[in-house]
Structures are given as structure tokens and as C-alpha cells.
Write a protein that binds this ligand. Structure first.
Ligand SMILES: [Zn+2]
Length: 97
């Protein structure tokens, strides 16, 4: 069992990670650890990158009306479902970057 310090008590165990001094890396479970910290929160960009990697679908914004839309990375032309603007992927910037 790991000892969780007072100020860490309001976090769930899966929100914390532990520093292993022999490998000098942070792990979900502690063993031979000296440090404990709250896991860095995932950013919107982290999640967007995970979606893109797993699905090959990008989350972008329309270069004309600004709506958020999804498209497959293989698409050579994207058409905005809201305003009908149709162009190359470079005219649809990523939602987060
Ligand atoms: Zn649009």
C-alpha cells in the first residue's frame, strides 16, 4: 500500500502517479517510490491527437463559417455540412493545435 499524503486525499487513486527512483519514471502504481503527484490532466489537444491516431479522423474547423466538423484524413476535398464551403484540407484548420 502506498501512503497518500493529506493534500492528495481528495484525489482518486487513478488520478495519482508515483515516481520510481530506480527507473526515474512516473507510474500508476507505486513501488519503491519517493514522490507522488496528481497526474497531469489531458489537454483537448492530447485527446484530439488520440482520436486522430486511432480513427484516422481529424477534428477541424470550417475556414468559412468556423463550424467544427470531422473528416477522414484521406479526404482530398472537405465540404462543410453547415455552410456548404468545399475546399482542400488546408482550408480547414485543426480544432486544437
Ligand atoms: Zn462552414
Amino acid at each position: 500500500m502506498c501512503t497518500i499524503t493529506k493534500d492528495m486525499k481528495h484525489f482518486k487513486s487513478n488520478e495519482l502517479e508515483y515516481f520510481n527512483t530506480s527507473t526515474e519514471k512516473w507510474y500508476d502504481l507505486g513501488d519503491g517510490t519517493t514522490k507522488i503527484r496528481v497526474k497531469p490532466r489531458e489537454t483537448q489537444l492530447d485527446l484530439q491527437i488520440e482520436v486522430a491516431r486511432k480513427t484516422s479522423i481529424n477534428i477541424v474547423t470550417c475556414g468559412d463559417c468556423g463550424s467544427t466538423l470531422l473528416h477522414r484524413q484521406a479526404d482530398e476535398t472537405i465540404t462543410c455540412p453547415d455552410c456548404g464551403f468545399s475546399s482542400e484540407p488546408c482550408d480547414f484548420p485543426d480544432l486544437n493545435y
